[in-house]
Design a protein. Structure first.
Length: 190
């Protein structure tokens, strides 16, 4: 399966979990200590638009990133806003030739294919976070989790953990469910 097809499965899984979030759950805490469910939904929604604009335009300004990640992107329809933003990202990454296009994002300049892998990891981990926070099953589709874990092990180094982007990996059994191993790798308690 190619990376765009993987991202399509990631987005489908994310939308399934977001579809299971009731309005009264938006204020619940998440495994991301600084965010409740609504703030985490805003992060992924704004991040999806950041990736889409970065791929479509080749770069995204710090000011625009601040708008996308620092304001409410959900309005009254958190499920619809989330679905629309993730679809915009899918459309951008799925454009012919997009994977080879160089893009400048807040964390560096890279081929859009590398940015897509970052998105696969980020959205999958946060889908697990949202499922955990809202009492849904965290047993995400292995076709989503396995590629996300592979990407994470390639890109998450000590400097990212020390810088606070990710906590230290949590010890977990090798035979634990794949989604729990991903969460533990990202510093979450499964």
């Amino acid at each position: 399966m190619d990376d765009v097809a993987t991202m399509q499965k990631v987005v489908a899984e994310a939308n399934r979990v977001v579809g299971g979030i009731a309005p009264e759950q938006l204020d619940l805490p998440t495994p991301c200590a600084e965010w409740d469910v609504r703030a985490l939904l805003n992060h992924v929604t704004g991040g999806s638009d950041m990736f889409a604009e970065g791929v479509n335009k080749g770069a995204i300004s710090d000011e625009r990133v601040g708008e996308l990640l620092g304001t409410d992107r959900l309005g009254d329809d958190y499920q619809g806003a989330f679905a629309a933003a993730t679809q915009r990202a899918l459309d951008a990454f799925g454009t012919p030739g997009a994977a080879e296009k160089m893009v400048t994002l807040p964390f560096g300049t890279m081929p859009a294919g590398a940015a897509l892998n970052i998105a696969i990891f980020d959205v999958t981990v946060h889908t697990w976070d949202l499922a955990k926070a809202t009492g849904q099953s965290t047993a995400l589709d292995p076709e989503v989790v396995d590629p996300a874990l592979a990407v994470g092990t390639q890109m998450i180094g000590d400097e990212m953990r020390e810088g606070g982007m990710f906590g230290p990996a949590v010890p977990i059994a090798d035979d634990a469910p794949a989604a729990d191993r991903l969460a533990a790798f990202a510093g979450r308690q499964p």
